[in-house]
Design a protein around this ligand. Structure first.
Ligand SMILES: *Cc1c(COP(=O)(O)O)cnc(C)c1O
Length: 400
């Protein structure tokens, strides 16, 4: 069987995790601090906060910005449910917009969706391909759009415009005009979930890249406290002799990353570009070389003059088929013991959002992308032979 996306776990990873276990310090401590520094250097920014998930990171930042009932947050209809759920948790309204043929949020649709209640835009780099960041970043700075912005909190007043919070769950290592994700928007949130390119089993990170007057170093400290119940000292600081007394400054959350998890990232990140991204690119290139020979297939765009994907998901589309035909093709592929997937079932098609009044008919490109899409296996240990097996299996399933 060819699985869809198993993690890369080798002796180096195991040794570093064992090192954390043997050190006697297993929760947030020196390994998390080192991983945060490494991530900041990788993204070429000054401050990164590691947490236990991308979802926790996105919610923490929406709450920090003061997003609440009565507010609107714009996101693509085509994403994983986490992006929308965190908006709902804050009591705000997810405003879903249709996407482009490249699966990413459409900037003109964002423009049409902006109202005086819009507080945040959450672009998602679907499959690892960066969104149109120059256009999104200039849109929120346009005079007319700024004028419409009505701040309710100190943070919103300080920014004076809509916040751009990108969901980069798929796109660590992707590049836009030479810069890596993390340095492209005000705030970027990565996921290190088990199926993601760079995993720590579960985990996430918030990249801080806010303009003046924000001080990202100060904000990092504030958010760290916010992620630890608002407690003035973390467990490591409290464990120092005589340093037991603490205070609580707000009713914070509990979503810190542990040193056991950071250990995996400490091994993965230094070899991420040269090994993980390099191998994933080879697999993408092999798929595209094979499928572009046949006019029934539509291969994804993952590299342009200004954008380079992180090669997270290979979203193949088949031309002129229905959703039911796609499902049938997937069944045939599974019968040959090749695991494939669909990224994603659009949010308006999920019961919770459907019952909240969203309707897929309003998102024709989203539906078209979804209904013809099959995500193929991509992972470090996938061999060239297995890549060939996947290609032959897919071609047979489609032509049969
Ligand atoms: C995986 C994923 C998330 C959630 O990441 P967690 O770390 O599991 O919280 C969010 N957005 C997208 C697009 C994802 O694929």
């Amino acid at each position: 069987m060819i699985p869809f996306s198993p993690p890369r776990i080798d002796d180096l990873v195991i040794a570093e995790v064992v090192d954390a276990l043997r050190s006697g310090w297993i929760t947030t401590g020196p390994k998390v601090a080192k991983f945060e520094k490494m991530l900041a250097d990788y993204c070429n920014i000054s401050n990164v906060l590691c947490l236990n998930s991308n979802s926790a990171g996105m919610e923490l930042m929406l709450r920090w910005f003061g997003v609440q009932a009565g507010d609107e947050v714009i996101l693509p209809a085509y994403t994983y449910t986490a992006t929308a759920n965190v908006i709902v948790h804050c009591g705000a309204k997810p405003v879903m917009v249709d996407v482009n043929d490249d699966f990413n949020i459409n900037v003109e649709n964002i423009r049409k969706a902006i109202t005086s209640r819009t507080k945040v835009i959450m672009p998602v780099d679907i499959a690892g391909f960066p969104c149109d960041y120059d256009e999104i970043n200039s849109l929120v700075k346009e005079e007319a759009v700024r004028k419409m912005f009505s701040p309710n909190t100190q943070e919103q007043r300080a920014l004076g415009r809509i916040l751009v919070l990108s969901d980069a769950a798929h796109s660590i290592g992707a590049k836009y005009k030479g810069k890596r994700t993390g340095a492209l928007t005000d705030i970027t949130v990565f996921s290190f979930h088990a199926v993601k390119n760079l995993t720590t089993a579960e985990g996430g990170a918030v990249c801080l890249n806010l303009p003046e007057p924000f001080n990202c170093q100060e904000l990092y400290k504030q958010l760290r406290t916010k992620s630890l119940h608002g407690q003035s000292k973390d467990a490591l600081a409290k464990s120092q002799i005589g340093n037991w007394r603490y205070d609580v400054t707000e009713a914070g959350f509990k979503c810190n990353m542990t040193d056991i998890l950071a250990a995996i990232g400490l091994v993965e990140l230094p070899r991420y570009d040269s090994e993980m991204l390099a191998r994933r690119k080879q697999i993408f290139d092999a798929y595209s070389a094979a499928f572009s020979q046949n006019s029934q297939f539509q291969v994804p765009v993952y590299e342009t003059i200004i954008k380079t994907s992180s090669y997270h998901v290979y979203p193949l589309r088949i031309k002129g088929i229905s959703e039911a035909q796609r499902d049938e093709i997937m069944k045939r592929i599974f019968e040959q013991e090749v695991c494939v997937n669909v990224h994603f079932i659009p949010l308006p098609m999920l019961s919770f959002y459907k019952n909240s009044g969203y309707c897929i008919d309003n998102y024709p490109v989203t539906y078209d992308n979804y209904s013809r899409e099959i995500s193929l296996p991509v992972y470090f240990d996938l061999t060239d032979e297995q890549v060939d097996t996947v290609i032959q299996t897919v071609i047979q399933a489609v032509t049969k």
